[in-house]
Design a protein around this ligand. Structure first.
Ligand code: PRP
Ligand code: GUN
Length: 183
């Protein structure tokens, strides 16, 4: 059964809403300089990136476009299936385009390695910004160009990140109480 109050299912908060907003402002200032006059395509990876993309682009003060791609490899659980599935491709032409991929998290690195290679193969110039980086989870080599917070090797939820499609709407990033996984 789902708890009424999401807060009650959280064991600890790793990154607060205030910290996320402050970090988005910092990253936004850096990205404003990076992309001035380049009209980048800011590419959100569905579904997890939506809250971070929405916060981040408010602080990038230059012309940009947005688009989305859907990929999935966790299928609701806490472990990567090992296979990245492309569910919905980007609509905008990407050849010779400056693309900024926006992600909520890099863990094994499989999703971003797959996406970076796919888009570079199509002729795009790709950079990556992620809200969270979990370096201890890495299985394939990939580094973000810009990263908000480095976190320990724990499964996290909130600010876009789900467990079984829930908790994406929490305004902060946290770790669930162990009993949630037993239900
Ligand atoms: O580095 P990795 O181990 O590949 O993990 C990172 C990916 O996992 C999550 O996506 P998921 O497949 O759960 O889809 P979702 O965004 O719809 O939750 C997250 O949004 C990243 O895209
Ligand atoms: N919700 C969630 N999705 C992930 N995808 C890769 N790592 C994680 C994580 O820690 N939490």
């Amino acid at each position: 059964m789902l708890e009424k109050n999401l807060d009650k299912t959280i064991e600890k908060v790793l990154v607060s809403e205030k910290e996320i907003i402050e970090k988005s402002k910092e990253l936004g200032a850096i990205l404003t300089k990076e992309y001035e006059g380049k009209n980048p395509l800011v590419l959100g990876i569905l579904r997890g990136s939506v809250p971070f993309l929405a916060e981040l682009i408010k602080h990038i003060d230059c012309h940009l476009e947005t688009d989305f791609m859907t990929v999935s490899s966790y299928h609701g659980g806490t472990k990567s299936s090992g296979e990245v599935k492309l569910i919905l491709d980007v609509d905008t032409a990407v050849k010779d385009r400056e693309i900024l991929i926006v992600e909520d998290i890099i863990d094994t690195g499989r999703t971003l390695k797959y996406l970076k290679e796919l888009l570079e193969h199509r002729g795009a110039n790709v950079k990556i910004v992620t809200l969270l980086d979990k370096p201890e989870g890495r299985i394939v080599e990939i580094k973000p160009d810009y990263s908000g917070f480095t976190i320990p090797n724990e499964f996290v939820v909130g600010f876009g990140l789900d467990y079984d499609e829930n908790y994406r709407n929490l305004p902060y990033v946290g770790v669930l109480k162990p009993e949630v996984y037993k239900k």
